[in-house]
Design a protein around this ligand. Structure first.
Ligand code: GCB
Length: 616
């Protein structure tokens, strides 16, 4: 039904000869500027005028034709003029960044379009281009500046930048955006997820001025074959062949010059002596200065290698065990989408307190503050795109959306040493169409970034045996993955916690395995009677029981190289409607959404700190 609506809309747009602002391509006129959080910017965060537009009245006439006088015109309201059904100037505001659901009680369950409007002053600076940067907007976004249609983007968790230079004038300007959080069957993610569909401009919005020729992308990493060389490229948008580029790493006394080729890309190779490699024990970051013409940016980059050898994961050539926890981008204490540095410091601070050296950032790219901070704290990261559950794997348009989100995730974060794993999927159905689709995704990840490992969280097959059960890992996708991720919920969705004691693992791949999810729900403060040997589900005692039995089982899997149980903190989910216990929250957190540590937190903490889980 919903996709039919969209294709009708596309048809209308094309026949109307209108600028196509709802076509099936996941993005139009957008790019992604790397390291944007280090560039000077004019913040557009703060209050925006907003209009909840349940029926898309701002776009359609009563006969569902495209309006020429839509809300994007931001026409001033005149009580004596033509009757007008909207008035941004008087409209209630929403805070940006921030999901809308947790800002107004009546928007908690809202899924649909909301219009945003912001006025700002601008003075042209000669020989520059101005980009509108949107850190993330869930799920589809359409942008107009001074009534001119600029760009559109699909995908709720990756940033995008739109060149608005030609629409600006000196003096007062305005931006009108429509963000539509409607879930769609052919979306990524699709209709079903186990998290809240937080809509809106959920991350920073700003204006960024850059020179006409500017550094929009680069990749600097340690060579996998020679750990005394930093290699990669710098791309200078708009630069003709021969344009010089300079990269300096003052701490290494390194300074190299290169020139861009016909694709505006300069190859970089920096020989280094006495480089301190990035690791959880010593997360060394180097200041890196990149310049070309009048453009100059600075980054802080760690250098390390990550690879597999048989069933080992090697960090800087040495075997490593990933002691981790899964994390949703849910804001501690206040709920809603996480986006502040405080949110990040709280979540990653808890992960450190738990004894982690690794975090699985589920199930979509998190705010860039998260990966920046993981870089600083020395937490290895699994970063994922929302190829979650049953996407339309036979639909090429959906594959295009997944590819776009993967490309954006990699482009934004490829210079973060913390990220060791790109994940292309979570718990997808084992079908031929799925395997073909995700194989293409794995290939793309390898092609875009040959320096990292590619994984996916797979479902596992269970066979009953006389003494218990066998968990068989033979999903055909495993063939193309570097590291196998598997999710299992012994003690929760299947069997009792003790079931783990009689479970054997049969892993048909000679590759490292990460138990990417396991756990169970407990409501913080819900306790079994003291001395109760069979605590009930939903109690802290039972959750702790699951963890004890799981840890014992996991230790018997010879090729286990990491775990990220589900999960650090309770999070809001529409699927969890049991009153009193869930109340729209998934309670598998080791910590409640109000920051209360449950018993299982301390069980896992002990196992991580004394290394009784994962001796590698
Ligand atoms: C899973 C999913 C995760 C869910 C979790 C659960 O396997 O990957 O997104 O939230 O189980 O709690 O059921």
């Amino acid at each position: 039904q919903k996709s039919a609506t969209r294709s009708t809309l596309t048809a209308i747009l094309l026949t109307a000869g209108f600028p196509a602002f709802c076509q099936t391509s996941p993005q139009t006129n957008t790019t992604l500027l790397v390291d944007i959080d280090h560039r000077p910017a004019i913040s557009l965060n703060g209050d925006w005028h907003t209009i909840v537009d349940q029926y898309s009245t701002g776009i359609y006439t009563l006969h569902q034709e495209l309006r020429k006088d839509g809300f994007f015109m931001n026409a001033p309201f005149d009580p004596n003029g033509h009757p007008q059904d909207y008035n941004f100037a008087n409209a209630a505001t929403l805070r940006v960044p921030g999901d809308w659901n947790t800002q107004r009680p009546e928007l908690l369950y809202y899924e649909g379009p909301i219009w945003y409007e912001k006025d700002f002053q601008h003075t042209a600076v000669p020989n520059t281009r101005t980009f509108l940067h949107i850190g993330a907007a869930n799920y589809r976004t359409f942008v107009w500046v001074n009534t001119k249609k600029i760009c559109e983007h699909e995908g709720g968790f990756t940033p995008f930048d739109c060149d608005i230079s030609t629409a600006l004038h000196d003096g007062s300007n305005f931006i009108v955006l429509s963000v539509d959080s409607t879930r769609i069957a052919d979306g990524v993610p699709t209709l079903q997820t186990d998290w809240w569909n937080y809509g809106g401009l959920t991350r920073d919005v700003s204006l960024v001025e850059v020179p006409k020729q500017f550094i929009d992308d680069y990749d600097l990493h340690l060579s996998r074959t020679d750990r005394s060389v930093i290699e990669g490229y710098v791309h200078v948008e708009g630069a003709p062949a021969g344009t010089p580029v300079m990269v300096k790493i003052p701490d290494l006394h390194a300074k190299v010059e290169s020139t861009v080729d016909a694709n505006s890309r300069a190859a970089i190779s920096i020989p280094t002596k006495s480089l301190s490699l990035w690791s959880p024990e010593d997360p060394k970051l180097y200041k890196v200065e990149i310049s070309s013409g009048s453009d100059r940016i600075e980054d802080t980059i760690g250098f390390r290698t990550i690879e597999t050898h048989g069933t080992q994961i090697l960090l800087n050539g040495k075997p490593v065990f990933l002691r981790g926890i899964s994390i949703h981008a849910e804001a501690p204490y206040r709920t809603g989408r996480a986006y502040t540095q405080k949110d990040v410091d709280t979540l990653l601070g808890w992960a450190k307190e738990l004894g982690c050296n690794y975090v699985r950032l589920a199930h979509y790219p998190h705010d860039e503050r998260m990966t920046r901070t993981a870089d600083r704290l020395g937490l290895m990261v699994w970063s994922e795109i929302p190829d979650y559950w049953a996407l339309q794997f036979d639909n090429p348009a959906v594959l295009a959306k997944s590819k776009q989100q993967l490309s954006e995730m990699i482009r934004r974060d490829r210079d973060k040493a913390s990220i060791v794993l790109w994940s292309v999927a979570n718990e997808t159905p084992n079908t031929e169409a799925r395997t073909k689709y995700l194989t293409a995704m794995v290939e793309l990840a390898h092609q875009l970034d040959p320096t990292r490992l590619v994984t996916a969280a797979l479902l596992v097959r269970t066979e009953k045996t006389a003494s218990g059960s066998n968990k068989i890992v033979d999903d055909p996708l495993g063939k193309v993955l570097d590291v196998i991720g598997t999710n299992e919920y012994i003690g929760w969705y299947e069997q009792h916690a003790e079931g783990a004691d009689t479970t054997r693992w049969d892993i048909r791949y000679d590759k490292p395995l990460i138990m990417s999810e396991w756990g169970g729900d407990a409501k913080a403060g819900n306790h079994a009677a003291s001395g109760d040997l069979h605590p009930a589900l939903w109690t802290e005692e039972y959750q702790a029981e699951i963890y004890r039995h799981q840890i014992a089982m996991l230790n018997k899997i010879p090729q286990l190289r990491g775990t990220s149980p589900w999960l650090l903190m309770d999070f809001r989910s529409a699927r969890r409607v049991n009153p009193g216990l869930q109340d729209n929250f998934n309670r598998k957190g080791l910590i409640s959404d109000q920051g209360v540590r449950k018993q299982a937190f301390f069980v896992l903490q002990k196992a991580y700190l004394d290394k009784s889980l994962g001796k590698a």
